[in-house]
Structure formats: C-alpha cells, structure tokens
Design a protein around this ligand. Structure first.
Ligand code: HEC
Length: 115
C-alpha cells in the first residue's frame, strides 16, 4: 500500500522534478552523502531514508543530538531538517540547509524515487 502510494506521489510530481532533484542532490549533498549501501566517513547513506529510523545506520557515527531525536523520517520531518537542521536538531553535525522550498521538494522527490 505504501509503495503504491509513494509511486503515485512520485508520478504526480513528475519526472522533471526528480531530474532537478538528482542534480541538486549531486551539487548540495553529494560531497557527504550517497545512495550506496554503506555510509561514508562524511555522511550516512541516504538509501531508503524515507520512513527509516532517525540516526538508524549502524555504520555511521551520528551526533548525540540526532540520536536523541528518536522516531522516523516522515516527509515533513525531512523537509524541516533540510530547511534548518539546527532548529529541528540543535547540535546536529549537519549544517547544510536548503532554503528554497522548491529545491527541497525536488531533492526529496529524488530521494523518494531513488530508494
Ligand atoms: C558537509 C557534509 C554534509 C552535506 C553537504 C549534507 N549532509 Fe546530510 N548529514 C551530514 C552529517 C554529518 C549527518 C549526520 C548528522 C548528525 O549526526 O547530527 C547528516 C545527516 C543527514 C540526514 C539524516 C540521516 C539519518 O540517517 O538519520 C539526512 C536525511 C540528510 N543528512 C540529508 C541531507 C541532504 C538531502 C543534503 C543535501 C541538501 C545533505 N544532507 C547535505 C553531512 C552532510
């Protein structure tokens, strides 16, 4: 059910948005994150990040701040984190933010589609 719903949302958002998202991801996130199975030293892998446990990768050394947030990454939580990491998670070791709402939407559409 969730897979079907996700697919419908991705289709509705359109392929152009996901393509923009791929470019934005490469430019703004790629230095630290990938969609590989394993995390790197600079950032946790974002493969399947939607609805996954916050700070849930066993192979990355998260900040204490992110580890205490708890719960899972809903779309709205991901959006809030990207908008201002330090407001959602004061003390997070990720400082990069995406101020433009449409850019955030494109990046999240890409991440959702690339799972
Ligand atoms: C300079 C390196 C860097 C860049 C660039 C960066 N991040 Fe991060 N990101 C991190 C680090 C480090 C963490 C772990 C934060 C913590 O432990 O507090 C993180 C954590 C995350 C998490 C939570 C992962 C989890 O397993 O809970 C998400 C989601 C995320 N980043 C998305 C993004 C997106 C999307 C971009 C691009 C707009 C981005 N990040 C850019 C370093 C970066």
């Amino acid at each position: 059910m969730r897979a079907a719903l996700t697919f419908a949302i991705v289709l509705a958002a359109g392929p152009a948005l996901a393509a923009d998202g791929a470019q934005l991801f490469a430019d703004q996130c790629g230095a630290c994150h990938s969609l590989a199975e394993a995390s790197s030293d600079t950032g946790p892998t974002l493969k399947g990040i939607f609805w996954s446990k916050v700070a849930g990768r066993g192979d990355f050394a998260y900040s204490g701040a992110l580890k205490t947030l708890g719960g899972s990454w809903s779309p709205s939580r991901l959006d809030a984190f990207l908008k201002d990491t330090q407001t959602l998670v004061p003390g997070s070791s990720m400082y990069v933010v995406v101020e433009d709402e449409n850019d955030r939407k494109a990046i999240l559409t890409y991440l959702k589609a690339a799972r």
